[in-house]
Design a protein around this ligand. Structure first.
Ligand code: G1P
Ligand code: ZN
Length: 575
């Protein structure tokens, strides 16, 4: 009933018994969840039975725990979210789910879903998003299942869901159930022989704001922004974070309204690619270059990614962002009281956090790409802070990366140190050395030649003769191969093994080249090439990253013959 007075909707009870029916279906190929859920073109989800099949398979994977359970449902508001919410409500009702907690108008950021699952002890949640992929009728949609810890389902579960999609013959649905999710409040329905099914539509923002207030010192942050006039510019890229940003940065922390941009969520993200990087958040970069703002931040479609910029668009790499936060975490009340356990990063992420972990004598973990690999470590109480080079930063407050959390963490560090973003990062480099990092993305390439490139490369770099190979560059530097492999991870908690997680070439001086094929694209292949080089020399650490990494990139292109296989002479995105 919470909030029903403001909305004027109140509680609605339908006494008429609604009948569930079983609908015969056909199997669709390719419903295999990738790095983060099932992501495909909207047009595929719109096919008859396609979405229903996948939703039913998720529920089937829950087995006997499904009956009587509660699930959270919400998404980033992209095109097809509303239809998907309606389908989920009707299928959940037919399958014996007792209650759904649904964000108003189907809107919930991915971090907010994770929080709700944990806070209300639900069996899990269904997140409707294709994250940073563009939205709209001609673009992408996605469905992801999160488990009761609040985190993305591990591979054992997503593999099972995939298996179920391959043999599904029918799904159960209550076609006559009419449920609007535009008003906050409870609606109950009688299904079949008097079973009660409840849909509770909740405020999309409220619980998340409560959580942030528990973690951070809002008074200190308000003082920084309102009293000390630390000017920020926050760009929601027309994704789901808009209402969260308004509530937190404007209403709670006192930022002027025009310090937030693109905060109206749109089904097509205003026609843009809702990915917070230097290419797709170019408008933020441009606005920051004017020098008017001291911190700039952007978020992706579903609010789990973040990009941090300092005065005049000083770019903080996500790997550095993670390390800086790791170095100063205790200034945040949540960590002061709960303590700081270990740190972790995904394999391609630069190793800046490793150095902080060593310095602070904390446990450290290197996991495959994808947030789901952090969950076990957090549940086991061994991990507090983690991140990915792909603009993901987060902590054990939930089980997803969290864009707004990252900005609040940065503001906490700034308020504590009373230094600019750039000074904080440069002081960090001076102490720890700098992990230069860049990532080249070659999007939408033809899949077959990319697969061939990867297999030929793997054969080459795992050949024992590869070790000790030297690559001289025109800059006079020589890189000597220490080893090459395809990254394999053994989870320290459940001992599960995940292999083929990216081809690595590691050189004697610690520099690394990594090649992966994206697992989040909806068609074709996206090649990701990552390069990292560590420098401690004072004369080098303040040089531009592109200059320092150029020789390494040339070696990477030569080694893999990437231009030949992809037919591309330059990447789509460089970060
Ligand atoms: C990408 C990122 C990865 C992130 C995922 C979901 O996956 O590289 O770090 O966890 O998106 O946001 P990829 O497309 O590389 O498989
Ligand atoms: Zn995302």
């Amino acid at each position: 009933m919470r909030g029903s007075r403001e909305s004027g909707c109140g509680m609605r009870v339908s006494n008429m018994a609604l009948k569930s029916i079983q609908v015969k279906t056909v199997v669709y190929d390719g419903q295999k969840p990738g790095t983060s859920g099932l992501r495909k073109a909207v047009k595929l989800f719109q096919q008859q039975h396609y979405t229903e099949n996948f939703v039913q398979s998720i529920l089937n994977a829950l087995g006997s725990s499904l009956v009587g359970s509660t699930l959270v449902v919400g998404g980033d508001g992209r095109y097809f979210c509303k239809q998907a919410v309606d389908i989920i409500i009707k299928i959940a009702a037919a399958n014996g789910v007792s209650k759904l907690l649904v964000g108003q108008n189907g809107i919930l950021s991915t971090p907010a879903v994770s929080n709700l699952i944990r806070k209300y002890n639900t069996i899990g949640g269904i997140v409707l998003t294709a994250s940073h992929n563009p939205g709209g009728p001609d673009n992408d949609f996605g469905i992801k299942f999160n488990i009761s810890s609040g985190g993305p389902a591990p591979e054992s579960i997503t593999d099972n869901i995939y298996e179920l999609t391959k043999s599904i013959q029918s799904y159960k649905i209550v076609n006559d159930l009419k449920c609007s999710v535009s008003c906050i409040g409870k609606q109950t329905f009688q299904i079949d022989n008097g079973r009660t099914f409840t849909v509770q539509v909740i405020d999309s923002v409220e619980d998340y704001v409560i959580l942030m207030k528990e973690i951070f010192n809002f008074e200190a942050l308000n003082n920084l922004i309102k009293e000390r006039r630390f000017s920020i510019l926050i760009n929601s890229m027309h994704g789901v974070t808009g209402p969260y940003v308004r509530k937190i940065f404007v209403e709670e922390l006192g930022a002027p309204e025009n310090n937030t941009i693109n905060i109206v969520p749109k089904e097509d993200f205003g026609g843009h690619h809702p990915d917070p990087n230097l290419t797709y958040a170019a408008d933020l970069v441009k606005a920051m270059q004017t020098g008017e703002y001291k911190l700039g931040a952007a978020f992706d479609g579903d609010g789990d990614r973040n990009m941090i910029l300092g005065h005049k668009a000083f770019f903080v790499t996500p790997s550095d962002s993670l390390a800086v936060l790791g170095a100063h975490l205790e200034c945040i009340p949540y960590f002061k009281y709960n303590g700081v356990k270990g740190f972790a990063r995904s394999m391609p992420t630069a190793g800046a956090i490793d150095l902080v972990a060593r310095d602070k004598n904390k446990e450290f973990f290197e996991v495959p790409t994808g947030w789901k690999f952090f969950g076990n470590l957090m549940d086991a109480g061994r991990l507090s802070l983690c991140g990915e080079e792909s603009f993901g930063t987060g902590s054990n407050h939930i089980r997803e990366k969290d864009g707004i959390w990252a900005v609040l963490a940065w503001l906490s560090v700034i308020a504590h140190l009373n230094q600019s973003v750039e000074d904080i990062v440069k002081t960090h480099w001076a102490k720890y050395g700098r992990n230069f990092f860049t990532r080249y993305d070659y999007e939408n390439c033809e899949a077959a030649p990319c697969n061939k490139m990867m297999s030929e490369l793997e054969a080459k770099i795992t050949n024992p003769g590869f070790i000790g190979q030297e690559y001289s560059t025109s800059k006079g530097k020589t890189y000597k191969v220490k080893y090459g492999d395809n990254f394999e991870y053994t989870d320290p908690i459940d001992c599960s093994i995940t292999s083929k997680q990216g081809i690595r070439v590691v050189f004697e001086d610690g520099s690394r080249l990594i090649y992966r094929l994206s697992g989040t694209g909806s068609s074709g292949a996206t090649v990701r090439l990552y390069a990292e080089s560590y420098e401690k020399d004072y004369n080098v650490i303040y040089q531009p990253a592109a200059k320092v990494l150029e020789p390494l990139i040339n070696i990477a292109l030569e080694l893999s013959k990437l231009p030949k296989f992809t037919g591309r002479n330059s990447p789509t995105v460089i970060t």
